[in-house]
Design a protein around this ligand. Sequence first.
Ligand SMILES: Cc1ncc(COP(=O)(O)O)c(C=O)c1O
Length: 380
Amino acid sequence: MKKETKFTHVARPPAGLGTAVNPDITRASTLLFEKAEDLYRSDIRGYGRHGSAVHDALKEAFNMLEGGAGTTLFPSGLAACTYPILSQVKAGDHILLTDSSYGPTRFFCDGHLNKMNITTEMYDPRIGADIAKLIRPNTSVILLESPGSLTFEVQDLPAITAVAKEHGITTIIDNTWSAGLTLTPLALGVDISCHAATKYFGGHSDVMSGAAVSRTKKLADQVALTAKHLGNASSPDDAYQILRGFRTVVPRFRQQEATSLALAQWLADHPKVQQVLHPAHPSHPDHSIWKRDFTGGGCIFSVVLNPCSEKEVLSFVNALNLFGIGYSYGGFESLCIHCDPQLKRSHADKLSGPLIRFACGLEAMDDLKDDIEQAFNEIS
Ligand SMILES: Cc1ncc(COP(=O)(O)O)c(C=O)c1O
């Protein structure tokens, strides 16, 4: 069965007389029990923090999406990345983090984990099987993100997970870019796949949410227990919104994916652009790995402009009318940011021009193209 069909039917309440098509939202902190004997039972939900029917339905949808054994939900995508890491480390450990990771994940590792005597070593996202050379006796986790944030390097997941398995190391991927629709990392040996559901599943830039899906029940229990100990809870309204987004994510994603590739193809030949960084474009250095492991693209990509002044870059972004200036992606509206102020790379060669990231929404491709073309007038 195709994903769009599955997403229409997954985690629906049984049809009855006049039942709604999605589970109801139950807002609760206290849950009441009929009998005192039931108060300490471990087999039933005892308190609002432990979720509700709509949370369960959303977890079922994420398990189906990724082929996972268990999902924990979080109030943001960043939390969906940090809690799974915490579930797998202890003081004294060494972890490996791809140099292309989402910035706040890097800050969490460098800052918070460092205070707990956990050392983070950045590695080249294109390292492949050579990651074996970085493994130490105390390496507990390898963090992946493919393609990487801002610069879109594609990682050789089967090569890296094979090394991790040999050494009993947990692998965790930020799989936000593909929405799990064009990459299924658990099938390639990754242990935990994390999503900022804020993006494609929210789809309307008005809700924040995250999910971590584990390959085995043991890992899923470890993530869930860490989240429980730290008081993690996400609102039933947000869980409902994300489940609602699941119903329509496939056609929205397909349109955004097609727009992003069409824009990348056009920009690749544009005289003001030096390089497009889109894994689905044949000019991308990792295009062959992308073709092997992915079944499609995403809605977001970057371009390296020909060298120009910072003033021209700012004028270009300010001149865009249809692309909003703002972070994130996967919403119905297109966005653009200039990346250089936040670009931190220990391993990559310095880019030879300013980096601009485009997130494609649901507008018509030709209108977006015209908007970019008129903004290029700001650059000489
Ligand atoms: C790749 C990636 N991971 C995680 C996050 C964090 O998600 P959230 O904004 O929901 O915390 C983002 C947000 O931009 C992201 O781009």
